[in-house]
Every structure is written in C-alpha cells, then in structure tokens.
Write a protein that binds this ligand. Structure first.
Ligand code: FES
Length: 166
C-alpha cells in the first residue's frame, strides 16, 4: 500500500503564522517568490488563497504578481490536492513514448480527468512537464515517488496500491 503524503491542516490564524515564518525565512534571498511559494505548497499541499495577500505584503509585490506566478506554473495549486497525487509527464520525450495513452489509462483507472480531484478527495491527477527521467520515459510521479518506463500494466499495479476507494 502506498502511504499518502500528509500536509499541515491549520486554522486561518495558524496558517497565517506559518506563512509569516516562511516569508521571514525566504524574504532576503534573491528571487524569493518562487522558493517561498514552493515552501508554502510543501507545507500545505497548495497555496491557500489567504496567503496570497500576505506573501505580496511580505515581499513588497502586488497581489496580481503573486497570483500571476501561481497560475503560470502548473506545479502550484490553489486548492488542496487529494490524499494521493498522481502526476503524469506530458513533456516532449514522454509524449513521444506514449504519455497520452498513459494519461487516458490514468483517467480511466482513477476516475478523474487532469487537474481534477476524485470525489471524497482521494486522488488528484495532474500533468507535469519533465521529471528529469526523459531517458526512461514515459514517466510519472505518485505522492512524490518517481516511476520510469511506465506501461499501462505498470500503472494498473501502481493504482491498485493506492487507497482510493470512495
Ligand atoms: S520529458 Fe518526461 S521526464 Fe522528461
């Protein structure tokens, strides 16, 4: 059985405190916004809407700038993900080696489309754009663990290990 990744679930006051601590940790580094957004998403599993204004104030940016970066990069989520996250690579090498067939199979096996979370918040299916496994494509990531040269049969075995029965 594959154990799901756990993220912090905090009330809004605790969330604000945690975000403030992350801002303090990152604000003085060059190009602080991206590493800060990564830290926030690593902590909460997504970038909470309430954090956008706080991050903008903390880095002296506009809310539109912060929002623009969150929406530009597919990696960042504005909504919480499911207990399991399946990310299928759609970049060039994986496309050439059957990524589309893998996505079709993932949608069928997981019961949800790309960018969606299956009901009961069990699993989220997302595209990613290169996992650094191009020589062993097609590749995907499940709860942060990479899988290379994935066939539909291998994906069926991976999905069977997830606790996604609603
Ligand atoms: S293109 Fe898929 S891992 Fe690089």
């Amino acid at each position: 059985m594959i154990a799901p990744v756990r993220h912090a679930q905090l009330d809004s006051e605790a969330t604000a405190k945690t975000v403030q601590a992350l801002i303090a940790r990152h604000r003085n580094q060059p190009g602080a916004l991206l590493p800060l957004l990564h830290a926030v998403q690593d902590t909460f599993g997504h970038v909470p809407a309430d954090a956008v204004a706080q991050i903008a104030r903390g880095l002296n940016l506009s809310r539109a700038e912060v929002h623009g970066v969150i929406t530009y990069y597919h990696h960042f989520r504005s909504e919480p993900a499911g207990r399991h996250v399946v990310q299928v690579c759609r970049a060039e090498a994986c496309q050439a080696c059957g990524a589309d067939a893998l996505i079709d199979a993932a949608e069928r096996l997981l019961g949800c489309g790309l960018h969606t979370t299956r009901h009961a918040a069990a699993v989220t299916l997302e595209p990613v754009y290169c996992l650094g496994l191009c020589a062993a494509s097609p590749a995907l990531m499940v709860d942060g663990a990479p899988h290379a040269r994935v066939t539909v049969a291998a994906l069926e075995r991976i999905v069977a290990q997830l606790e996604i029965q609603a």
